[in-house]
Write a protein that binds this ligand. Structure first.
Ligand code: MV4
Length: 503
């Protein structure tokens, strides 16, 4: 039985995992780098071990340091979170060798799914639909030309060792085949140390729909339905929701069966995600499997009513799944937005720095998975995601309305964030009507621009007026700036342009 878990991660996901551990009566061990001395995941754990300098390749990615901390603390299991070592087969294997339970799949599953050509072959053998294309690495350019002529342009050339959009190339013209394939190969070699590439027919304007699965070590496997993740920017998900607005009951059932078949094909154990691309006619194709807990897992937790981390720990303990496919139902609708420290109105420039003040909205149907606090300085060494906000509603309409209300009430100052951009997404008719695919962000760039990109003078007037109001409120309340909500700080007033302008 697992009694103490080391979380080989940082930030929000480390805290997320610890929350479930606490509920299960399991002790928690944090690890932290130099830059993370003040991170809340360190305070949140029962004990914490320093593992080195800020760059992750000198701390969170160093297997020996993580193992050393695990032994020093007496942890009997390691949860890798997402990113870092979560999909590292060597790490999974090493944990096993050290007598530490890795809360995740074994090296075989990670390796098979990590090599995209092997994954494609395995899926074909398991009867899971894949995008039409090659099942062996492309050996030379001549072969590439021949294959592409068979498949028909346009095609995608992808690195077998890639994934998540890394090492991909779109080829639309015959005269580009030679240069694209050779460039793809040399890029793959440089990036992954493996120049194997494969070719797929290009699916135009697809949806990204993924299925959550859970498998125990006794051969039982279920799916927990889909997540629609088509709102992406440069292969970074921005908004995720479940159920998918385009899904039908019939296709959901079929895709779910194929997702389970995909997991069973690699003897999977743990929580995993099968990614599909889906065209407008709901033809779907296996793209890749993520052999970890994903960032967007909370929307599934809420709609299906299952704590995925708890299930991961129970599976690692060797327990059988306590529910069957028929027991699982989707209830209502959940939406997640990822809040980044970046400036959406300045080409999404990273906006690191100190969070001056954060006040997250509360109320029915809101969940925050975060780790920052007022006064916290976001380190520049890691992912700039500040937090995830998840809302639930009885249906999609209610969930969107709730998300609007929550984003409107979200106060975060000191750094620029994606909150205004996310708020604008909630008003784009194509999103509201559920008519969007992976081109959404690009196709609706105009609608996603700030309302008044606007008049900088107006901004100045607002700032000055707000500050005057603030000074006024200080005078009235002597030293109490809040004044029972009558007078607001300029930071609040910034977000309330319309009510402030009474010049
Ligand atoms: C594709 C595709 C179209 N056709 N493959 C991007 C991420 C990686 N997981 C695979 N990706 C794609 N593969 C074929 N054969 C289009 C994409 C793609 C995409 C997929 C999912 C979500 C967002 C995307 C954005 C651009 C391209």
């Amino acid at each position: 039985m697992i009694k103490k878990v080391l979380i080989a991660n940082r930030g929000e996901i480390a805290i997320r995992v610890m929350r479930t551990c606490k509920e299960m009566g399991i002790s928690t061990v944090a690890v932290y780098s130099e830059a993370d001395r003040t991170s809340r995941h360190v305070q949140y754990a029962d004990e914490a071990y320093f593992i080195g300098p800020s760059p992750s390749n000198e701390s969170y990615l160093v297997i020996d340091k993580i193992i050393e901390a695990a032994h020093a603390s007496g942890a009997d299991a390691i949860h890798p979170g997402y990113g870092f070592l979560s999909e590292n087969a060597v790490f999974s294997e090493r944990c096993k060798k050290e007598g530490i339970e890795f809360i995740g799949p074994d090296a075989f599953a990670i390796n098979t799914m990590g090599d995209k050509i092997t994954a494609r072959k395995t899926m074909i053998a398991a009867g899971v639909p894949v995008v039409p294309g090659t099942t062996e690495p492309i050996q030379d350019i001549k072969e590439a030309v021949k294959v592409i002529k068979e498949i028909g342009l346009p095609v995608m050339v992808k690195a077998s060792a890639g994934g998540g959009g890394k090492g991909m190339r779109l080829v639309t013209k015959e005269e580009d085949i030679v240069s694209s394939v050779s460039a793809a190969k040399s890029e793959a070699l440089a990036a992954f140390g493996d120049d194997a590439v494969y070719i797929e027919k290009y699916i135009n304007s697809p949806h990204h729909i993924e299925f959550q699965i859970l498998a125990d070590k006794h051969g039982n496997c279920v799916h927990l339905f889909e997540r629609e993740c088509s709102v992406q920017r440069r292969h970074q998900k921005v908004v995720e929701e479940t159920p998918s607005p385009i899904m039908t009951e019939k296709v959901r059932k079929e895709m779910g069966k194929h997702a389970v078949a995909a997991a069973k094909a690699v003897n999977y154990a743990g929580a995993g995600t099968i990614e599909f691309i889906v065209d407008d006619d709901l033809n779907y194709y296996f793209l890749e499997m993520n052999t970890r807990l994903q960032v967007e897992h909370p929307i599934t937790e809420w709609v299906v009513g299952v704590d995925l981390v708890k299930q991961q720990i129970k599976i690692a303990n060797g327990e059988k799944l306590s529910f069957k496919q028929e027991d699982l139902k989707q209830n209502g609708h959940a939406i997640e937005v990822r809040i980044y420290a970046e400036d959406p109105d300045n080409n999404f420039m990273p906006s690191p720095g100190k969070i001056r003040y954060i006040d997250e909205p509360l109320g029915l149907g809101i969940r925050h998975d975060g780790y920052v606090y007022s006064g916290y300085e976001i380190p520049m060494f890691y992912d700039p995601m500040i937090s995830k906000m998840i809302v639930w509603g009885k249906d999609r309409e209610e969930a969107i309305a709730r998300m609007r209300r929550a984003l409107d009430a979200y106060t975060l100052t000191g750094v620029k964030t994606s909150i205004p951009y996310l708020r604008r997404i909630m008003d784009v008719p194509a999103f509201v009507e559920g008519r969007y695919n992976t081109h959404f962000v690009q196709d609706h760039a105009g609608e996603l621009k700030p309302e008044e990109d606007k008049d900088e003078q107006l901004q100045d007037i607002i700032a000055i007026t707000a500050f005057a109001d603030y000074l006024d409120s200080l005078k009235q309340s002597q030293s109490k700036p809040d004044n029972n909500g009558k007078a607001l700080s300029p930071w609040k007033l910034f977000g309330r342009k319309k009510s402030v302008i009474r010049l």
